[in-house]
Design a protein around this ligand. Structure first.
Ligand SMILES: Nc1ncnc2c1ncn2[C@@H]1O[C@H](COP(=O)(O)OS(=O)(=O)O)[C@@H](OP(=O)(O)O)[C@H]1O
Ligand SMILES: [Mg+2]
Ligand SMILES: [Mg+2]
Ligand SMILES: [Mg+2]
Length: 353
């Protein structure tokens, strides 16, 4: 049985579109005291918080019973020292919620004139993202800005939303405000949305949600294979990717790109392999960093697993648990990557790397 998730898709596209508008506009005005450093030393900006508030308000209105696993929480925004950040977030979120309706968007998911939400309501909306996830039931995952470091550099970032039902990702929407619409014209128009619904294929749309175009991962001849990888060396091992690429006789240089824009690029054939290997022990990948990308890859005809070929398990809570690394590629390439990873691991164990 395949469910169509028509309304879910419509709400998700509308919410991601509004969040993309917000983040793109905030970037140009971002000032120094609008970024915090979280407990894990990673940055978070007023854009991340406001985008999470907007998406959660819209989801709450359209699907009041649904839980949300969101990256951010409002704890750091409640104190007196956060007054100016809080004020800015309230302003940004209300502006986006009151903004013009896009294609398929509905007035009742946002706010009308004079209906601005107070700070407390928006902080509560952000905190609706604290759901623990789990094996059964239905919940959304939200990464309001994935690739915050890329966002701060003016490079790639993505607004990422997915719907998970009984541990299976059923819907994914990724908004990439800075991604060129066509990889072949990197200086051409930027900004795209990617949508995948289980059993319905993958599509690229304009940022406004118009012009859906089916996308699929092409077959790559061995000499055309190239890797997509993280910009931040702390997030994914560049040297291990290098070793795997050598084993596969890959000659093309890797493309480094922040965020789940990598999954989008892979899904439309801009690259052949997305490989993400842990850089140290202990970090567990977050479900919001991979759920939307994973369904996009599968619906574009590709395969996504961890580095040992195991399926990603979205039913373990907020993290991917014991899944080790991530490998995504087209059907004709994926097995070769898993094989090369095994060989690279053997070399590493023998001290040859
Ligand atoms: N140590 C470690 N290992 C692996 N991953 C980590 C690590 N620390 C952070 N993160 C997560 O990486 C997310 C950023 O995505 P990418 O790594 O693809 O982008 S980047 O190129 O590295 O910027 C980033 O997502 P955002 O916080 O939404 O930007 C993090 O969830
Ligand atoms: Mg973050
Ligand atoms: Mg992220
Ligand atoms: Mg994020």
């Amino acid at each position: 049985m395949s469910l169509s998730f028509t309304t879910e898709r419509q709400v998700a596209v509308a919410a991601v579109r509004r969040a993309c508008g917000l983040t793109a506009s905030v970037f140009n005005k971002l000032v120094k005291n609008e970024t915090l450093t979280k407990g894990d030393k990673s940055p978070v900006t007023v854009g991340d918080f406001a985008a999470q508030a907007v998406v959660n308000v819209m989801l709450g209105r359209a699907f009041p019973g649904d839980a949300i696993v969101g990256e951010e929480d409002a704890a750091d925004l409640r104190g007196e020292d956060a007054t100016s950040m809080r004020t800015r977030i309230v302003e940004l979120a209300n502006e986006a919620l009151a903004g013009e309706l896009g294609l398929g968007d509905m007035a009742e998911w946002g706010i009308g004139p004079g209906q601005e939400l107070p700070a407390e309501a928006l902080l509560e909306a952000i905190d609706r993202g604290t759901h623990a996830g789990g094996r059964t039931g239905r919940f959304w995952t939200l990464d309001p800005i994935d690739g915050t470091k890329g966002f701060l550099r003016g490079e790639q970032y993505a607004v990422c939303l997915s719907l998970i039902v009984d541990s299976q990702v059923q819907l994914g929407v990724i908004g990439c405000p800075n991604l060129p619409q066509h990889a072949s014209s990197p200086e051409g128009p930027r900004g795209c949305l990617f949508v995948a619904v289980r059993g319905q294929g993958a599509q690229q749309l304009s940022l406004s949600g118009a012009h859906p175009t089916p996308i699929a991962i092409p077959d790559f001849a061995p000499e055309e294979v190239n890797f997509l990888e993280s910009v931040e060396a702390a997030h994914s091992s560049h040297s291990f990717n290098d070793a795997v690429a050598k084993i596969m006789n890959v000659t093309r240089a890797p493309t480094r790109m922040d965020s789940q824009a990598k999954y989008c690029a892979l899904a439309r054939g801009d690259g052949a392999v997305y490989l993400r290997m842990p850089t140290g022990v202990g970090y567990k990948e977050k479900i919001w960093d991979h759920a939307p990308g994973s369904i996009l890859i599968e619906e574009a005809g590709g395969i996504i697993t961890d580095s040992r070929g195991q399926p990603l398990d979205f039913g373990l809570g907020r993290t991917l648990g014991e899944n080790y690394g991530v490998v995504a590629a087209g059907k004709s390439t994926h097995a070769a990557v898993i094989d090369a990873i095994r060989k690279a691991k053997e070399q590493e164990a023998k001290g040859h790397m």
